[in-house]
Design a protein around this ligand. Structure first.
Ligand SMILES: [Zn+2]
Length: 267
């Protein structure tokens, strides 16, 4: 692990290849479930915004997700279209503008489960003019990013090759052109020598190699064939480390299912 905070995680992964990294990336985007509002029952909407637009905005509001307490609706034992307490969370909103125009924020959604609430209570949902009302009941369910982007738990999920940089002191003439041109500020001058300050920031753009006046260039930028830096930024619905854990679990499950299918076919 190279770094982590509440929504971001940066990992160095070694001994893997591009297809595996890409499988993990795609699973994190499309297969790891998260909670989102899926159905809205409008009780009163006297604003100028249509019910559909309000519902769409509510659907796109990221909700904190509890993967251990809830089932995907299609896997739930209730087998009911409406859902049960294990596959559905009810949120309500009852907003009114009493004293002039005001904005209604996601924080006004009241959840039946205090752990399934909007990630941020500052998402603007609608603007109400004096006397207008918005009253509704919303149902949140677990879902997958492949069905709708609102269920995608990650904002960023990307990987790059692990960089390898060499600055041979005997060839370099310390012109510092590479230090100035690097957009990622990978290099620094230290005691009149070019030094790699932040190797992991390198995105292999090769500007430094092209800027080097020496022929052939003194700087050598390469990448490791089987090592990657992966960056995952969660939308806040799940901790980023949980997303990558779920992605590896899902990949494992999919491979086992594939193996079973091969066995069935071979019989
Ligand atoms: Zn259920």
């Amino acid at each position: 692990m190279l770094g982590k905070d509440e929504t971001n995680i940066r990992l160095a992964i070694r001994g893997v290849d591009v297809p595996l990294m890409n499988a993990l990336r795609r699973i994190a985007l499309a297969e790891v479930p998260s909670m989102a509002i899926d159905e809205v029952v409008m009780i009163e909407n006297s604003s100028i915004v249509q019910d559909e637009i309000v519902s769409h905005r509510l659907g796109l509001t990221p909700l904190k997700t509890d993967l251990d307490s809830y089932n995907l609706p299609e896997e739930c034992e209730c087998k009911s279209e409406f859902g049960c307490s294990l596959c559905r969370v009810t949120l309500t909103m009852d907003a009114e503008a009493n004293e002039g125009t005001r904005t209604v924020y996601s924080g006004e959604l009241v959840s039946e489960n205090p752990s399934i609430i909007p990630v941020s209570d500052k998402v603007p949902i609608i603007k109400l003019a004096k006397g207008q009302k918005l009253k509704l009941e919303a149902y949140a369910r677990l879902g997958k990013g492949k069905n709708h982007a609102k269920w995608q738990p990650v904002a960023v999920c990307a990987y790059k090759y692990f960089p390898k940089i060499e600055v041979p002191t005997e060839k370099c003439e310390e012109c510092a052109k590479c230090v100035d041109i690097c957009p990622k500020k990978v290099y620094a001058m230290k005691e009149n020598k070019v030094e790699v300050r932040d190797l992991l920031a390198c995105n292999l753009c090769m500007d430094c190699v092209e800027a080097c006046p020496q022929k052939p260039p003194a700087i050598k930028v390469e990448w490791e064939k089987d090592a990657f830096i992966m960056n995952i930024e969660s939308t806040g619905v799940l901790p980023p480390e949980r997303i990558i854990q779920e992605a590896t679990k899902t990949l494992d499950k999919q491979l086992k299912e594939f193996q079973e299918q091969i066995k069935v076919e071979a019989k």
